[in-house]
Design a protein around this ligand. Sequence first.
Ligand code: B12
Length: 433
Amino acid sequence: MTIKMMMMMMMMMMCITAVLFDLTAADTCDSDRHALLLRLNQDLLRSTGNQESLPNPSIHIALRLSPQHNLVKETQYLNQLKTKFHKDIQSTLDKRQPVLGRLALYVMALKASCHDLSSVSLLTDEKSEPLLTHLKKQMEVEKDHIAFAHRPLTNYYQYSLGILALCVSGVRVNPHVSHKLTHAALHNQFKHDDTVSVDTLAMAGMALQCLKEGETQVKNKDLEKALTTIKQKLLESQRADGHLGNEFSTGLAVQALLAMGNNVDECGTSMTALRSDARKGSYHNAMAISQTLPALQQRSYLHLKNKECLNESDSLVLEPVKVVLSTLPDIHVQVNVEVVKADGSSSNFQVNVPSGSSLFESLTLLQRQQTDFKFEKEDSLWGPFLSVVNGEQARQSDRRYWHIASDGKGLSQGIKDYKIEAAQKITIKNTAY
Ligand code: B12
């Protein structure tokens, strides 16, 4: 054996040892994580069987980004998106209401299935135009709105989704459109509920990173600066418990860091926090799983750009679930509800609800018991959004919403997901944003 061959063998042995060491290290930090990811993937797939709500493109994207598939169910869901969700977008367009974010997600869902985007069209003023033409037009409308009102018609999260959808579909993005996003990123304009919106930072990061990777000419300094700022803010948003922002923004934030080339360690605090949330059952809303699962699988929305849909592993099967009939315990708790209207006037109500009821169930009970309390909701991809309280609407068009807090702390979930476990005061306040 020559010295050269001996050296090569030694190097190979060292590589194998390093890989084995890596695998052991990863497995020691969480040996059950493959089973956990499989369960989340199955939960997401199972949610596609829910016929009560509209099909959700975000769910389809996550299913398609996963390394494991159920191709029959995914095709069925894609068909539902192309019929039901498509119809919903068309009717929103007909009513001339904002549709940007949902349109962008729809484009990304089709791209995730390698669907020919030019074959899908929408109607405006009785003229049929391809989806991507619509999306480009919507972005122009938003850009002009930012120039005039210093904010988008919808929000920067949806504006970023729009850029991302165009970029992963290989469509050139008008530099004036992307400039508005870099400018907003550099001027701290991503807010949610009075604090920095980590979800928006993440979505903007993925959109700008996609543009950066497509650049052929000279470096765009503003783009580079905006990406550096976003990355820094995402890292700074880390809490002591490992979350980047809160439990519902961490998945998107990890996706963005991965897209920007950061190494997000499987055993690091953010990934560990996500897995611990998943085990606690924090992600029972399918929308939350859809934004988190790709991150846990070390994927990001940027992977859609080169998606090929070839040789996919058709191995995801649904096992029958045991139906556990849960009855609420016979413990009742008192909920005080304060409604603060736009003019500052407030009214107070009281209701006793079984512990474990959702806020939605509690408000429904209150409405049934007291004639002077009424509320309405609107459907969204996250579930029911509280829109009207005691006849007063807090509308997106007026940049107002009903902010919900429990004992003074803003809820991190909506009315259907938030559970009332103990006596508390719920404040529902008409708030400007
Ligand atoms: C922008 C935004 C808002 C804006 C939306 C209006 C606007 N035009 O800007 C405002 C400020 C109104 C808002 C309010 C709230 N939000 Co918000 N919001 C977002 C954000 C950043 C983007 C949403 C979006 O545009 N999606 C894109 C489009 C395509 O999807 P869509 O479903 O059509 O979008 C609409 C709904 O998402 C709805 N919406 C916005 N927030 C929420 C929250 C809930 C629970 C529901 C049901 C609907 C809803 O408004 C969107 C625009 O019309 C997301 C981040 C994310 N990761 O999704 C957080 C997010 C969805 N919001 C969240 C929360 C907690 C709230 C509030 C409950 C906060 C509070 N304490 O009051 C309230 C909702 C209260 C209510 N009345 O029911 C959480 C939800 C987590 C969860 N598990 O449910 C998220 C994920 C942020 C986070 N990481 O904590 N939000």
